[in-house]
Design a protein around this ligand. Structure first.
Ligand SMILES: Nc1ncnc2c1ncn2[C@@H]1O[C@H](COP(=O)(O)OP(=O)(O)OP(=O)(O)O)[C@@H](O)[C@H]1O
Length: 482
């Protein structure tokens, strides 16, 4: 039985889990725009422009309660009509197409092959694969296609990671997590066909997209803006933890911007799955006026892992020590991310890797106080300090997971239920999509043609390690026209 089936049957039989997932999703699903409507290339006589393929979309404004399992359909439903002219603003404001529920993904036999797509350009590179902007030939829809080389995966012992990534993408259904549409394989490559996040990377190294953090004045965000992105990241982490996954690779490069400006987490090859995921439990909040919160920590309480993974400046102390780590690593990385959003640098960066690790292990976080440094509130300092507590058992998030973090007074002004209604601080420049203006120019050293790949030579009779890779097409609620 695949994880999806196990998960769905568990969801059906456990009202707490279902309600908790619905809660995590619904608390963020009320959106000003749909992050999952793949842009389409619409050809006119003289020009190519983008349009959303949606007629109407149902969104749910619901006050979810934990434990009664009725949240999904219990709220107010709004039908948002299609905009008549499909302007860029309308794309952001009015385009809805997916509902987010824990059982809205329908797995189908694979409906595409590599030759169903035309490669448009290279968007990004990892060590075993590349991500291309592609167009599906028969629908003209644009997608981001991650193409992983089997040869490289075998050489670098990364087969398990590709399986984990497929599993997470295929089971996730959340507005801040990139949507998977198809996964399939050829003789030499694995393919993950995902929603194309037109806004590019949230922020990255020196050659950045024009609206990324690195090009903001002073290379940092205002505190309120950083709070907005932190809240969206927390919502995504909460969902992943509820699903039994530790993300383990939160960093700016893995946060993509949807064309609406809302974030989407991507790159799950370092994520770790607790199998089976534990039951979420309910914790009482301090205030009688607040509803009970979900304990996401219990979903992954049985998962402690030892692998040394992560990105140098974002690695948590317990990972460096190699004494086993839990979902608390994700809260550490959130602390680093918040610091970097606010100050443009990470807090423990040393002159080399060793110095960075020493600092991560032994130095308390310091906030810049030189003239010109951005002043931040004491509540903001407090939440960062608590997320960066070296002892993972004392760290914010170590007791009840996301609920601990969400209830820190820094987030008192955050309206979690309406997160998606808030206008994002940065709206990516829209274009017709295929020009990928929000991505830096990349050149391919080796040609990797989606249709005609080089061959991998395996020993005759060797067991095919990719035999169990799922080739599926995933239909999401609202995608009937696909
Ligand atoms: N859905 C997407 N939409 C737009 N661009 C994307 C998408 N997914 C990935 N990219 C681009 O491709 C880059 C590499 O993607 P990703 O990190 O998933 O690849 P990877 O091979 O797993 O890399 P790594 O070796 O860092 O794990 C991203 O940083 C981003 O620029």
């Amino acid at each position: 039985m695949s994880f999806v089936n196990i998960f769905l049957s568990r969801v059906a039989s456990t009202p707490n889990t279902k309600a908790a997932l619905d809660d995590a999703i619904n608390n963020t699903q009320n959106k000003t725009s749909d992050p999952n409507g793949s842009p389409v290339l619409a050809k006119s006589n003289s020009s190519i422009h983008s349009t959303m393929t949606t007629s109407s979309m149902t969104t749910t404004a619901t006050g979810t309660t934990v434990g009664n399992g009725s949240s999904l359909n219990g709220g107010l439903h709004l039908n948002i009509p299609k905009s008549p002219n499909g302007s860029a603003l309308d794309l952001r404001r009015g385009a809805f197409r997916r509902t987010y529920s824990s059982n809205s993904i329908k797995k189908k036999t694979i409906e595409v092959t590599p030759s169903s797509f035309v490669k448009i350009r290279l968007l990004g590179k990892g060590d075993v694969g590349k991500v291309y902007l592609v167009r599906q030939k028969d629908t003209d829809r644009l997608y981001a296609m991650k193409v992983l080389s089997k040869k490289e995966m075998i050489k670098r012992n990364k087969i398990k990671r590709a399986f984990a990534e497929q599993e997470i993408l295929a089971t996730s259904n959340h507005p801040f997590i990139v949507t998977l549409y198809h996964s399939f394989q050829s003789e030499d490559y694995l393919y993950l066909c995902m929603e194309y996040c037109m806004g590019g990377e949230f922020f990255r190294g020196k050659s950045s997209a024009r609206f990324s953090l690195q090009t903001r004045p002073g290379k940092y965000l205002q505190e309120e803006d950083a709070k907005f992105y932190a809240a969206e990241v927390i919502a995504a982490l909460e969902y992943l933890h509820l699903m039994g996954f530790i993300y383990r690779d939160l960093k700016p490069e893995n946060i993509l911007l949807h064309q609406t400006g809302h974030i989407m987490l991507t790159d799950f090859d370092l994520s770790k799955q607790s199998s089976p995921a534990g039951e979420p439990t309910v914790v009482k909040t301090g205030s009688p006026s607040m509803p009970p919160a979900i304990d996401t920590k219990s979903c992954i309480a049985n998962l402690r892992t030892n692998s040394f993974v992560g990105t140098e400046e974002y690695i948590a102390p317990e990972v460096i020590k190699g004494c086993g780590h839990t979902s608390a690593v994700d809260w550490w990385t959130l602390g680093i991310l918040m610091y970097e959003m606010l100050f443009g640098v990470t807090p423990f960066k040393g002159k080399d890797r060793n110095a960075t690790f020493q600092s991560i292990l032994h130095t308390d976080v310091q906030f810049p106080d030189h003239p010109g440094a951005q002043p931040i509130s004491s509540l903001c300092k407090s939440v960062i300090r608590k997320l960066l507590i070296k002892d993972d058992q004392l760290r914010l998030g170590s007791k009840a997971g996301a609920s601990d973090v969400k209830s820190h007074p820094f987030f008192k002004t955050t309206n979690w239920a309406l997160l998606r209604h808030l206008p994002p601080p940065i709206i990516p420049q829209t274009s017709f999509g295929a020009d990928a203006i929000n991505f830096r120019q990349m050149h391919e050293s080796v040609s990797l043609d989606i249709e005609g790949e080089e061959l991998v030579h395996q020993h005759p009779g060797a067991k095919n390690p990719f035999a169990n890779f799922s080739s599926v097409t995933l239909h999401h609620d609202g995608d009937d026209d696909m």
